[in-house]
Design a protein. Structure first.
Length: 310
C-alpha cells in the first residue's frame, strides 16, 4: 500500500461520524476545528526521523529547528498564524544527557524564534532512531483559512523562491513561509495554496486533485535554485536541473493559485523580498502536464518523496 492509499483509507474511516465541530479534516495541510461561536483553531502534526529527514550525526540544534519549522510550514500553507507547538521526542536509550539537553533547548529556542512557543510534549527512550513529532496549533489569519481545494480553471499557478537541491543544507535551515503567506492572503484572493515539502511535482498534484482539476506547468518557468548545480555538478543542466526542482523536495516554499491579473501583480511585486514565479495554469480535466521548451508535453507525475511505496 502506498502512502496516498493509506491516507485515503484512514480518511474514509474518519469520515464516518465526523464530529460537527470539525470543519476541515484529513486531506489538507491542517485540520480546522470550530471551538466556539465563530472561533476556529488549526492543528497539524509532523515527524522528523533520523536516517530519513536528517543524517545521523546532525547537530541537535539543526534537528530541533527543522522539526518545529516543518510543522509551522503546514500552518503557512493555510495562511494561518502560529499559536504554539507541542513536541514529543524518542531518544535512543543510551543517548548522552548533554545531547538530550541540547535538543530540548533547540526545540525551545526554535519555537520562540518562529513565534510559536513550546507549551508541552513527551519524552521517551527506545531502541529505534531519534525521532521528533511536533504538533503545531494556529489561528486563521485575517483573510481566513486558505485550503488546497479552491483552485479554479484559468487560475495561474505561482511559487515563491527557487526550488531544488535543498539537501545541500537548506532542508535544515529554512524558515517557514508564515509571514509570506499572511502577506499574500492580506493582499490577494488566494484560491488555493500548499507548501512544497514532498517535492513540487507531488505537491502540485495534491493541489490539483483536491481542487478537482488539471494543471499545465511550463518547465522553463520553474525557478531552479543554485544549489541544484552544486548538488549535481556542472553537468547538471537543462532538463536535469528542472527535474531536480520538480522532485527534490524539502524546499518549503509556497505554491498558490490566483486569478490571472492578481498572479501577474504578485509576480511583479514579489512577497517580502522573495520572488514569485508564474509556472503554469489550472484548467478543467483530471490530468496534469509539464510542457518542455522544445514543445514536448509530458504527464506530470508525483516523483517527489514518498514514505511508503506500493
Amino acid at each position: 500500500m502506498g502512502e496516498l492509499e493509506l491516507i485515503e483509507y484512514i480518511r474514509g474511516l474518519a469520515a464516518e461520524g465526523a464530529p460537527a465541530w470539525l470543519e476541515v479534516g484529513i486531506g489538507d495541510d491542517a485540520a480546522v476545528l470550530r471551538v466556539g461561536a465563530g472561533e476556529r483553531v488549526l492543528a497539524t502534526t509532523d515527524m522528523v526521523v533520523e536516517g530519513t529527514h536528517f543524517e545521523s550525526g546532525t547537530p541537535p540544534e539543526a534537528v530541533g529547528r527543522k522539526a518545529v519549522a516543518r510543522a509551522l510550514s503546514d500552518l503557512a500553507a493555510m495562511a494561518a498564524r502560529p499559536l504554539c507547538v507541542v513536541a514529543a521526542v524518542q531518544f535512543r536509550a543510551e543517548t548522552d544527557p548533554g545531547f538530550c539537553r541540547r535538543l530540548g533547548r533547540a526545540l525551545w529556542e526554535a519555537s520562540r524564534e518562529l513565534s510559536a512557543p513550546l507549551v508541552g510534549g513527551d519524552v521517551v527512550g527506545g531502541a529505534g532512531p531519534l525521532s521528533l513529532t511536533v504538533t503545531a496549533i494556529g489561528l486563521p489569519g485575517p483573510a481566513g483559512v486558505v485550503r488546497r481545494t479552491g483552485a479554479r480553471p484559468g487560475d495561474l499557478v505561482c511559487v515563491t523562491g527557487a526550488l531544488g537541491g535543498a539537501m545541500r543544507g537548506r532542508h535544515l535551515s529554512f524558515t517557514p513561509c508564515v509571514a509570506e503567506a499572511l502577506w499574500l492572503a492580506e493582499r490577494f484572493d488566494l484560491h488555493a495554496m500548499i507548501d512544497v515539502s514532498d517535492g513540487l511535482s507531488t505537491d502540485l498534484l495534491h493541489l490539483a486533485r483536491a481542487s478537482g482539476l488539471g494543471l499545465t506547468v511550463r518547465a522553463d518557468c520553474i525557478p531552479v535554485h543554485p544549489d541544484v548545480v552544486a548538488l549535481g555538478g556542472e553537468g547538471a543542466e537543462g532538463d536535469e536541473r528542472v527535474r531536480h526542482a520538480l522532485n527534490d523536495g524539502e524546499d518549503y516554499e509556497l505554491v498558490f493559485c490566483l486569478s490571472e491579473p492578481e498572479a501577474k501583480e504578485a509576480a511583479r511585486s514579489g512577497v517580502l523580498g522573495t520572488a514569485v514565479s508564474i509556472i503554469g495554469t489550472a484548467r478543467r480535466g483530471s490530468r496534469s502536464f509539464v510542457v518542455w521548451p522544445d514543445g514536448r508535453r509530458e504527464q506530470l507525475r508525483g516523483e517527489g518523496w514518498q514514505h511508503l511505496v506500493a
